[in-house]
Design a protein around this ligand. Structure first.
Ligand code: ATP
Length: 207
């Protein structure tokens, strides 16, 4: 099912709700109200109800939702109900940390291939993968890999993005501190830790 006219901000918040719900389910909570979830996440319950209303049939507000049902529905909306194999490009310090990060599995995401251009790294084992030569990016399509993570220096990022797009990747998480251009059909989310940190001092209060 495709959902139209849903604000990006609402879609952006769904993984936050999903993470909270997965935690509550693990604690044995079989049902949850929008207020429970809002209290747990420290957000406004009306925001959650409004976001859920974009997607229609999430149950009766106030009465409580079945936790597992809600998890299933959010996963379906986010298309996390099918396996998405991911390729990592750039196995430096940041890329290695991403590979070792267990949090991806919470969402059912798995890094299925890792690439680099450094001959000293190619062929080495990291986590459960063997680092491959980046010239093999073209194999992604036949391996069913449709997401990519870029963790190379900024000056190599656009070339990697082009390679991923050519190999059929539909979504890219870009850790390189630069803007990358891709065709409209491909979604890019960029994370620049330094830039995010640089936003904080403005909000700091003098003590
Ligand atoms: P290290 O010093 O171990 O390489 P690093 O995190 O300091 O780690 P960076 O210079 O940030 O390294 O590069 C990140 C990774 O991207 C490295 O593993 C590097 O070999 C790789 N890389 C750089 N350019 C390319 C490229 N054009 N194609 C593929 N991988 C690349």
């Amino acid at each position: 099912m495709r959902y139209h006219k849903i604000p990006d901000e609402a879609v952006w918040r769904l993984p936050i709700y999903l993470r909270g719900l997965l935690f509550l389910a693990e604690q044995g909570r079989q049902s949850v109200s929008s207020k429970d979830l809002a209290d747990f996440l420290g957000v406004n319950p009306s925001q959650i109800r409004k976001d859920f209303s974009y997607f229609g049939d999430f149950g009766t507000p106030g009465v409580g939702y079945k936790t597992e049902t809600l998890i299933k529905q959010i996963k379906k909306i986010l298309k996390l109900d099918v396996v998405h194999k991911t390729a990592l490009v750039g196995v430096g310090n940041l890329g290695s940390a991403v590979l070792a990060y267990p949090g991806l599995r919470i969402y059912g995401l798995d890094i299925a291939a890792a690439f680099d251009n450094n001959p000293k790294k190619i062929g080495k084992r990291v986590e459960n993968l063997t680092i491959e030569d980046v010239s093999n990016l073209g194999t992604l399509r036949r391996r069913g890999i449709d997401l990519g993570i870029i963790a190379v220096p900024a000056d190599a990022a656009q070339k990697m993005a082009d390679g991923l797009v050519k190999a059929g990747v539909k979504g890219i998480l870009n850790f390189s501190p630069c803007y990358i251009e891709v065709p409209k059909k491909v979604k890019v989310v960029s994370i620049d830790i330094a830039m995010d940190l640089a936003r904080l001092p403005y909000y700091m209060r003098a003590s």
